[in-house]
Design a protein around this ligand. Sequence first.
Ligand code: NCD
Ligand code: ZN
Length: 356
Amino acid sequence: MSQLQTLTITRPDDWHLHLRDGDALTDTVAWTAAQFSRAIVMPNLRPPVASTAQALAYRERILAARPAGSAFEPLMTLYLTDTTPPAEIERARASGAVHAVKLYPSGATTNSDSGVTDLARVYPVFEAMQQQGMPLLIHGEVTDPEVDVFDREAVFIERHLLRIRRDFPALKIVLEHITTAQAASFVREQAAVDARGAPLLAATITAHHLLYSRNAMFAGGVRPHYYCLPVLKRERHRQALLDAATGGDARFFLGTDSAPHARALKEAACGCAGCLTAPHALELYAQAFEQRGALHRLEAFASHFGADFYCLPRNTGTLALERVPMAVPECLPYAGGDVVPLGAGQILPWRLASAF
Ligand code: NCD
Ligand code: ZN
């Protein structure tokens, strides 16, 4: 059988993205807008995007940073804190621009110190979200220092997620950037749907967790550009994520978690967590799906299931990849400095041909 040379899919969306702010926006927005039509924009700025007013102002800054002619649409999120008023959910919903609320357990990851310290404190907000049909996006890792860093996602499911699911059975939840077999199984076990028939629990999966196991962080030395949170796991978990992403199950969809940090902040004694994948996101996902002979499943994962979950229309444009080897740049200009993308220096089998 001859090898597929081009792959054309409905224009995809990124359901988990860090665009940063200020000078970085010109770069981050251009990278994402070149591939994706829309993106769920994470609110972990300093200070965090905690109110609807802040989200609307951030949205304007993103729109202003779009390349000429781009129709890229940022879908905004709010950062949940211990003091978020339940009334904020109604304001968020009424704005039409805020599409979800993000839960960072305090201290779990980059810029999460304003995060939630005790879930009981935000139960009134969860109640309002359940009523308004506002999705909760969860960074699902415990912050208990006694728990091994590689176990923090599985322990979060046992200690917290089961309880949230039980106490708010109609709340729409996305378990973000899942990294373990336990998370994939937990999502599969939840069959409940909302009034529109969309799943009540779903998960995003990054390209880097599909392509790399934790060995990548230690190949011949410490590799800071492969360090992200949740941290890469062992090969068995990567295989479970590939099963989930390529299985045609509408509860698993694309979220890059592309999270740039300037080179100097990664190549440091205490380097930041986050991998930059936005500039070659679809190339990476295509490589991962091809490992399973599942390129025919990429379109639904990248372009259908996420929109369906968020009850948004699917895109009408297309994106085409071609089988032409592409070298990932060693570094890219970023906010007046530079940034090292994931897979720097490697040759990827697919490259972007067009996106309309
Ligand atoms: C993200 C960041 O840098 O903002 N880092 C990461 O490793 N993914 C935060 C996050 O999503 O955890
Ligand atoms: Zn993230």
